[in-house]
Structure formats: structure tokens, C-alpha cells
Ligand binder design. Structure first.
Ligand SMILES: Cc1ncc(C[n+]2csc(CCOP(=O)(O)OP(=O)(O)O)c2C)c(N)n1
Ligand SMILES: [Mg+2]
Length: 563
């Protein structure tokens, strides 16, 4: 595929030109890898080379960049950092985020001779990538990099790993007859919008229109497709309520009367109740995995189901289906909307009344928590303040554990222009991912919510944020420990854990505002609930990265899923 022009170019020149050609604005890395490429980037491109404090956070930044922009995020490490990068790809893999990792790797001339720092890293990338390959000849850079972008973005998106020959990937200094090739279509998700079969659209629509209590369960596939507007239009037209997975939360604002919340394990009670009362569940762009279905209890296996997905293997994986549609979510929903029989909505009036009641019940049940002015602060109040104050173009980035539970359940997006991204399971993901999101979308406010245990993981990246003016706002729900572990240790001790057991999940008290200030960020310590709003307003107006350290109640546990 490489077209020779009798002009030799180095791998570094070609790689730098290709990345720029694909619209890459930032790469995230720890040296030393592809050094010549970095020199060429400086000479030939405007790409920012974000030098991080660890390869895992570099991978998380690339992931946040990708999820915020839909463009592949690039991270890099030399051979000794390769497994740190692999560890960081796991969340991107679970969340179907198009991250491309470049690492240095073994040279055939010296392998098996105990070369400094080397092990065979390639197998470790196998379970966390869609495509895991080596570049052993410099002339292969153009076609392999094109393939990396193609795989990362197409179908169900996901991570790709390319290992460049040489401890530091220094194959890039070699020359070959080759040119930089760019396929702009694969510079973003989705590169294709496969149209559905008309008969399948009709079948699914007929089933939805016939029943009285249908519900949409919408996931990250709909998010990647940008299907939110079509989803909301179809829900409105047919009067079908919408629950989302955590990954699909920003497909519909929480303020919409048909939005019933996040369903599954880290969920909102009203969503689980609604899904379990439905007479037909329509999965859209969701794997119907354990987290979204609370381990297949919501809905119960056997509930009539239909499914829309871009990946044929996903259709029917966990629930036997009455009908299914293969295609891009946005395209499929637009096709359904065109054919929708609005008159069929009438029979769902009682169902929609029930949905409204479930919504109202939920807000009434948690009103006191959402409005609590207790000290130490109630985490639900943090969520409510964020609902109120995240700007209309804000990107909210949320860690896992209790952060994911509180925000998944208690935070509402107010308008369709807000975005929501969450860790797919890794504690510590959110803060660096928020920096990546800010790199990708410098004009949008980025507000991250993390627990203190989550923040500790990559706290050094505050310095990176300051150095690169990645002015995100990080709200730390600081309760002095990883209190999601509290329930688990109570169980392990057969009821109530010993006082000594707290050493397993608590830390020394810490003032993160002060630490952040020392690294050059704006640090704001908040000890009273009424001070959260002024702190957020100040943060939104600041021209520095901000850490808001909210002192919260270690005894408060997020509500668990109902079935
Ligand atoms: C990489 C990784 N290791 C361990 C865990 C398990 N885990 C989930 S939540 C949690 C503690 C969370 O503590 P913190 O971030 O302070 O939030 P809190 O529960 O205190 O609100 C741990 C250790 C995980 N999710 N990811
Ligand atoms: Mg904590």
C-alpha cells in the first residue's frame, strides 16, 4: 500500500505528519519513546506533547480526550513503561473508547539476550485492545498507523496498540520510500453510519407501538453515535421513557420528563423500578452487561426485549430478542422516527403517568439529602450543586466507586449540550481523564468529581495541568478514605467490622486544596455545604486548574441498587 516516490523519509517525519493529518492536537506520554518523532512534531506540527507523571495517567488522559471529542486519543511509552500503558487501556477497552497507544519494543537483533528493561509486552495488550500489532519495518508505518485509526474508530470503537521496534521505538529514525497517508474519515467516531434493513426497523417499531409499557435502555453506543437528539425525538413521539447506562447518561437530560435515570448497579432507584415494570425493553447501543442490568436482574431475563446495535455479536447476547436492528444508532433512530405512528402513544398515557410518579417519588425521597446542609458535607448535596451550576456546555467527568454511584444516581444533566463521562471501573481514572477532556475541548468547562482515594492515584498530574494550562475543575469528595469499602469489610467481618479494620480503607486527613496550591493550581477548601456554590463559581471564573476539596461525611454510603 505504500506508494514510493523515490524520496526517502524517516519514520519520524511520516509519523508526525500523519498524526497532524489525522487532526491530533495532543499526545500524552512519558519519555523516552519515539524521540525523533517528537523532534519532528516540533518542527512540522502544532501537536502539544503532554509530558505526564506516569504512563497510566497518560493513557487516561488520552481516553478522556477521546471520549470528550470522539477523536482517537494518543498515548506513548518506552518499553519499560509499556505495561503501565496497558493497565491504563483497560478502562478505554471497557468503555469502547478509541485510544491508540504507541510503545517501544524488542529488536529481533537482541531479543532473548537479556536486554536492559525488556520483557515481551505484546501479550499483555491482547485483552485490552481491538488490534495489537508490531511495526518491525519502518516502511510499514503508514499502513499500520492508518489501520490503527481505522480499527480504533470503526464498528464498536476501542483501543489499539502499536509496538515500534526498539526499546524507545527508535525505528522512527530509519528511512524508507514512503509518504504520510491520512484517511480523514477515521479521524473521528463514527467513520460509517451503516443504515439498517428496512424490514428490521419496521419489526422493532411495530413491537414498540403495540405495547403499553415499553422503555428504552440506552448506552455508550448511542453516545458514540451522537444519537441523543434522535432518541429524545423518538421517545417524545411515541411516549416511551428512557433509562440509560452510566456510559449513556448524557444521551438525554435528566430534566426531561421521560428521563427516568441510570439503570443497573450504580443507578437511580426510579430507573430500576421502571425497567422492571416494563413490558418491552428496547436496548440501544448497550452491551446489556452486568453493570447496566444489575447482573441481569433489571430487567429479568425473559422480559420481552428488542435491541439496536452496530455490532452484530451484541444483539441478543444477554437477553433473547423478539427483534433486532443492526446499524448506527443515530441512523436507526432517525429511520424509526420517520415511520413512527404518533397516534400509538395514546395507549401509553397510564404508563407515562406512572413514570412521572416514579420520578417525583425519587426526588421526594432524596430531597433532604440533595438539600442537606450538614457538616461534614453530604455527597448528595455536592451532586445537587453540580446539577445547578455546571454550565450548559460543561463536560462532567466522574470517577468510579462512590463517585460513580453518587453522580450516576443523583446528578442530573440539565440540557442536551452538557456531556457526561465516567470511569468504567478504574479508581483514579477521572482526574487525568478530565485533563484529557480539557485538552480536547479547551473552550468547554470540564468539571471532574472524584473521591479522595481516586484523587490520590494521579495527584502528581496537578503539576502537569498547571504546566500545560489544562484548566479543569476537580471536585474532591474528601471523606478521608475509600468508604465504598466500608460495606464490604462489614460483610467480611460478619456484620460490623472492628475499629482496627478501618486501617484497611482509611487515610490520614488531608487538605488537597493546600497540596494543589503548592503545585500552582487554585485550591479551595470547602467545609460547609453553603460554600460549594461560591467555590464552583470562583473555579469557573479562574484561569488556572482548580481543585475544590470538599470535606464530606465518611459514614454516608451511596444507596444501593433496587430490583
Ligand atoms: C484500580 C481500582 N482498584 C480498586 C478499586 C476498588 N475500589 C472501588 S471504590 C474504592 C474506594 C473509593 O474511595 P474514594 O475514591 O475515596 O471514594 P469514596 O468511596 O470514599 O467516596 C476502591 C478501592 C477500583 N475500583 N479500581
Ligand atoms: Mg473517599
Amino acid at each position: 500500500m505504500n506508494i514510493g516516490h523515490n524520496v526517502k523519509r524517516t519514520g519520524a517525519e511520516v509519523l508526525a505528519d500523519m498524526l497532524a493529518g489525522y487532526g491530533v492536537t495532543h499526545v500524552f506520554m512519558v519519555p523516552a519513546v519515539l524521540r525523533r518523532t517528537f523532534a519532528e512534531m516540533e518542527r512540522r506540527t502544532k501537536i502539544a506533547r503532554i509530558h505526564c507523571h506516569g504512563e497510566k495517567s497518560a493513557a487516561y488522559m488520552a481516553d478522556g480526550y477521546a471520549r470528550a471529542s470522539g477523536k482517537p486519543g494518543i498515548c506513548m511509552a518506552q518499553v519499560i513503561g509499556a505495561l503501565n500503558i496497558a493497565a491504563g487501556l483497560r478502562d478505554a477497552y471497557l468503555a469502547h473508547s478509541p485510544v491508540i497507544a504507541f510503545t517501544g519494543g524488542r529488536d529481533p537483533k537482541t531479543k532473548f539476550r537479556k536486554v536492559y528493561q525488556e520483557v515481551d509486552d505484546v501479550p499483555a495488550f491482547e485483552p485490552v485492545t481491538k488490534f495489537n500489532a508490531t511495526i518491525d519495518e519502518v516502511a510499514r508505518i503508514p499502513d499500520m498507523v492508518r489501520q490503527a485509526f481505522r480499527v480504533a474508530t470503526s464498528g464498536t470503537p476501542g483501543p489499539v496498540h502499536l509496538q515500534f521496534r526498539g526499546n524507545e521505538g527508535h525505528i522512527d529514525v530509519e528511512e524508507a520510500e514512503m509518504e504520510a497517508l491520512v484517511e480523514a474519515q477515521f479521524a473521528h467516531v463514527p467513520p460509517f453510519r451503516p443504515a439498517p434493513e428496512a424490514a428490521h426497523v419496521k419489526a422493532v417499531l411495530e413491537l414498540l407501538q403495540k405495547v403499553e409499557r415499553p422503555i428504552f435502555v440506552v448506552g455508550g453506543g448511542a453516545r458514540a453515535s451522537g444519537a441523543g437528539p434522535e432518541l429524545v425525538a423518538l421517545a417524545d413521539a411515541l411516549q416511551i421513557p428512557v433509562a440509560t447506562s452510566l456510559n449513556g447518561k448524557d444521551c438525554i437530560p435528566g430534566t426531561h420528563p421521560l428521563s427516568i435515570g441510570v439503570v443497573g448497579t450504580y443507578s437511580r432507584e426510579s430507573a430500576n423500578r421502571a425497567v422492571n415494570r416494563a413490558d418491552l425493553v428496547c436496548f440501544i447501543g448497550t452491551e446489556s452487561g452486568g453493570m447496566t442490568t444489575h447482573f441481569w436482574a433489571v430487567p429479568k431475563i425473559g422480559t420481552p426485549a428488542i435491541q439496536i446495535d452496530i455490532e452484530p455479536e451484541a444483539l441478543g447476547r444477554n437477553y433473547p430478542l423478539q427483534a433486532s436492528v443492526l446499524g448506527d444508532a443515530k441512523t436507526v433512530l432517525a429511520a424509526m422516527l420517520k415511520l413512527a405512528d404518533r397516534a400509538s402513544a395514546k395507549k401509553r398515557e397510564p404508563w407515562i403517568k406512572e413514570i412521572s410518579a416514579l420520578r417525583a417519588e425519587w426526588y421526594a425521597k432524596y430531597k433532604s439529602a440533595l438539600e442537606s446542609d450538614q457538616a461534614p458535607i453530604h455527597p448528595a448535596r455536592i451532586c445537587a450543586e453540580l446539577t445547578r451550576l455546571v454550565p450548559d456546555d460543561g463536560i462532567v467527568v466522574v470517577d468510579t466507586g462512590h463517585a460513580g454511584m453518587w453522580m450516576g444516581g443523583m446528578y442530573d444533566l440539565r440540557v442536551p449540550t452538557q456531556s457526561y463521562m465516567r470511569s468504567a471501573g478504574h479508581l483514579g481514572w477521572a482526574f487525568p481523564a478530565g485533563l484529557g477532556a480539557k485538552a480536547a475541548c479547551p473552550d468547554r468547562p470540564v468539571v471532574c468529581l472524584t473521591g479522595d482515594a481516586g484523587f490520590w492515584y494521579h495527584i502528581a498530574e496537578v503539576e502537569t495541568a498547571v504546566r500545560w494550562k489544562l484548566n479543569s475543575i476537580t471536585v474532591v469528595n474528601n471523606n478521608g478514605g475509600g468508604n465504598q469499602s466500608k460495606r464490604g469489610f462489614d460483610r467480611a467481618y460478619g456484620g460490623t467490622q472492628t475499629e482496627k479494620a478501618r486501617e484497611l480503607w482509611t487515610y490520614n486527613p488531608m487538605n488537597f486544596a493546600r497540596l494543589a496550591e503548592d503545585m500552582g493550581a487554585l485550591g479551595i477548601r470547602v467545609e460547609r455545604a453553603s460554600d460549594i456554590a461560591p467555590a464552583l463559581k470562583r473555579a469557573l471564573a479562574a484561569d488556572r486548574p482548580v481543585v475544590i476539596d470538599v470535606v464530606s461525611d465518611i459514614e454516608l454510603l451511596a444507596p444501593t441498587a433496587v430490583t
